[in-house]
Design a protein around this ligand. Structure first.
Ligand SMILES: *Cc1c(COP(=O)(O)O)cnc(C)c1O
Length: 365
């Protein structure tokens, strides 16, 4: 079921008293006034903050599950992994997903006595899931946009006694609902489309498993990986327009993908919304929208650089999901892709204006 974003916009309003501010107040305080008893009161800024609390209320509405926020996507991913793993645990992660998750596993989790196995997204189910305590998935994978059969994997991992964590950053809860598909825990970098304006980092963990969420909350309180109230306030404001931004971004991505597929400068294109795309069938079955990320491979690295840097409507930047379209060659970070492979994040520009800028720059190569 799609989350009701209209109801989300009025969550706060419908609980107000006369004279309350309609917009969410930003509470920037480490201390609370606590004369005597502390029962049920906020205690200290590492434990409670009314601005986060309301943000988490809104996120929980979007995810239809309890949510906890973190100061970045990696903060959320670390919390989910530290809450579910211990020495001796076996973790399975994609070899072609967001690369910092692999660095975390390799540089920290392995050193604490957890065993980490990597598999490519396209052959992720080969070898089964027996013996894995935690299976971490990313679908579509970033940047390859390959997809996994999430209901099948969730069921197989559960039958084998493990739990599943899905990184849902690229599609947001409006595009894909992993918890409905049987996944145990969702993690997200809200730095991307959720916040949407490329001006903050945040992340969240969502799960209907109360024990896991208790551990995640304990991890946050004890490790100190708490979001700043100002960032929480800004993310809340971004979420108020997520629906319109995401709708525009995904519809424009479909239009651009269809036109790019026919452009002679484009050697290869990946977009799950194209009927010929290897991810199309899974995307059609599992997602509400095909997303705002697409990739194109041009003829050479030089042409790819020229295109990205010369197009007046593409920010040459890493990261994605902002209101302004952006693009980069992923090989520059060591992703295992063609040197001329470009990940393109479609923003909120009117699509014809955007297409004209992209087409002109491609024609000039
Ligand atoms: C960006 C990203 C992250 C990390 O998020 P930060 O907010 O940068 O810490 C994790 N997963 C995916 C898929 C991402 O794109």
């Amino acid at each position: 079921m799609a989350p009701k974003t209209g109801e989300m916009l009025h969550l706060r309003g419908n609980a107000l008293n006369a004279g309350d501010p309609v917009a969410l107040p930003l509470t920037q305080s480490s201390m609370y006034h606590l004369p005597g008893g502390t029962d049920g009161l906020p205690t200290y800024g590492r434990v409670d903050n009314p601005t986060w609390l309301h943000l988490e209320h809104v996120l929980a509405h979007l995810e239809e599950a309890p949510c906890l926020t973190f100061p970045s996507g990696m903060g959320a991913i670390s919390a989910a992994l530290f809450a579910t793993l211990k020495t001796g645990s076996r973790l399975l992660i994609p070899s072609d997903g967001y690369y910092v998750t692999r660095v975390l596993a390799d540089r920290f989790l392995s050193g604490l006595g957890m065993s980490v196995t990597e598999r490519p997204t396209t052959t992720f189910t080969e070898g089964g899931f027996d013996g894995f305590d935690v299976v971490f998935v990313e679908s579509p994978s970033n940047p390859g946009l390959d997809m996994l059969d999430l209901p099948a994997i969730a069921a197989a991992v559960r039958a084998a006694g493990g739990i599943t964590i899905a990184d849902n950053t690229t599609l947001t809860p409006l595009g894909q609902r992993p918890l409905e598909l049987g996944i145990d825990v969702v993690v997200s970098s809200d730095t991307k489309a959720m916040a949407g304006h490329s001006d903050l980092l945040m992340g969240h963990v969502a799960s209907r498993n109360a024990q896991i969420m208790e551990r995640v909350e304990e991890w946050r309180r004890v490790s100190g990986a708490i979001p700043g109230p100002h960032e929480a306030w800004m993310l809340h404001r971004g979420l108020e327009t997520l629906d319109v931004r995401f709708e525009r971004m995904c519809s424009s991505a479909q239009v651009l993908a269809e036109r790019l597929a026919d452009h002679p400068a484009v050697k290869q294109i990946r977009y799950p919304g194209l009927t010929g795309d290897p991810s199309h069938a899974l995307a059609a079955a599992q997602t509400a929208r095909f997303g705002f990320l697409l990739s194109i491979t041009l003829e050479t690295e030089e042409k790819a650089e020229t295109f990205i840097n010369a197009c007046p409507m593409l920010r040459p930047a890493t990261s994605f999901g902002g209101v302004h379209s952006s693009a980069e060659r992923r090989a520059r970070w060591g992703d295992d892709v063609d040197p001329a492979f470009i990940r393109l994040s479609v923003g909120c520009e009117p699509v014809e204006e955007l297409w004209q800028a992209i087409e002109t720059s491609l024609n000039a190569l």
